[in-house]
Design a protein around this ligand. Structure first.
Ligand SMILES: [Zn+2]
Length: 346
């Protein structure tokens, strides 16, 4: 029974941790969301980064993993959602547990803002650090304001967290990548109990650490950021709208299109101007963010589809006659939609 619970916790974690970028929404202005092909399950293997993360849970053991997966404690979400709701300034942000990715993220954000034709100057980028879990005030604020727990319950859970960090050194006091293994983009939004939150990208240390472990430390930070900017472009164009009902086929399109936006920027001479060997690494990064969960509403496309979308995006820049010209974001979306059916056949 216990192993069944363990397995179920693993499955639930798999869905939670890889359903990032899911704050998406509905009906578009122009370009209108086209009719989309249904998601048809194909031969699909989970990518290496999932195996790496699940290996981490195996190292932790059942007890700490089950506690981590507790819906009551929300340990996998607290740090990411705290950044989403309460960190509203890019000032003094650092990326990575020791700030090791800060320069890459800051430079890339500046370049992305200059590259795309969207209202970008107010976009905020913030980090999610697991150290937040040691900040009692922040933890209680999350439990009361976001999860609606009573003060008494929130205090009790904050005590539990402090105790858990003492009992389980595997948690590394919250610095373990599993506590911040996600990234998200949200448009300017008014939240009840919180107030106005600006258009924002949240990058968890855990994702960056995970990709670094797999050898993508130089390309993953820029790739992830450029992908999330892709989602903000979609919001800007009305392709995504807050509150939109997601289905596997709509989520797949949003994710693959965001990969393509990212790859185009990363390859373009006026963007990140990456060489082919680096772009092939970017394709591997996005390959790793694919999934085989064909029936969930937040399906992100399979690993091979994500690689194909990335290759399409960077080849569009590399093969252009006029290398100085930047395709407008709206035209880009139309070009992408025209090839989507080919990409999903991969
Ligand atoms: Zn995404």
């Amino acid at each position: 029974m216990k192993s069944l619970r363990f397995f179920m916790a693993f499955t639930a974690l798999s869905l939670m941790l890889f359903a990032g970028c899911k704050d998406v929404v509905d009906h578009p202005v122009n370009p209108v969301n086209p009719d989309l092909a249904e998601v048809v399950p194909t031969s699909c293997t989970n990518p290496p980064i999932r195996s790496w993360l699940f290996a981490q849970f195996a190292i932790w053991g059942q007890g700490p993993t089950l506690i981590y997966a507790s819906e009551e404690l929300q340990l996998s979400n607290l740090a990411i959602f705290h950044a989403l709701y309460f960190e509203n300034s890019s000032e003094n942000q650092y990326y990575g547990v020791k700030g090791e990715y800060t320069d890459q993220i800051n430079k890339s954000l500046k370049d992305l803002k200059n590259f795309w034709d969207i209202e970008a100057k107010n976009i905020v980028t913030v980090a999610a650090h697991g150290s937040m879990l040691q900040d009692r005030g922040k933890v209680i604020k999350m439990y009361t304001k976001i999860y609606g727990y009573s003060n008494e319950k929130a205090n009790k859970y904050a005590d539990s967290l402090a105790t858990l960090f003492k009992i389980y050194p595997q948690y590394s006091n919250g610095d373990h990548p599993a506590f911040t293994f996600n990234q998200l983009a949200i448009p300017d939004t008014l939240f009840a109990n919180v107030g106005q939150v600006p258009a924002k990208i949240i990058i968890g240390d855990g994702s960056l650490q995970g990709f670094d472990t797999l050898g993508y430390g130089k390309t993953a930070p820029q790739s992830i950021l450029a992908h999330e900017v892709g989602h903000l472009i979609q919001y800007d164009l009305g392709i995504l709208k807050p509150g939109m009902k997601l289905t596997p086929k709509t989520s797949r399109r949003f994710e693959l299109m965001a990969d393509a936006y990212a790859a185009y920027f990363l390859a373009h001479t006026r963007g990140a101007a990456m060489q082919l060997n680096e772009l092939q690494q970017v394709a591997e990064v996005f390959f790793n963010t694919g999934d085989c969960e064909f029936t969930i509403d937040g399906h992100h496309g399979t690993p091979t589809q994500r690689k194909a979308a990335t290759e399409w995006g960077y080849n569009l820049a590399r093969n252009a006659d006029n290398k100085d010209h930047i395709i407008g974001s709206r035209e880009f979306a139309s070009l992408f939609d025209a090839v989507l059916n080919d990409i999903i056949k991969k």
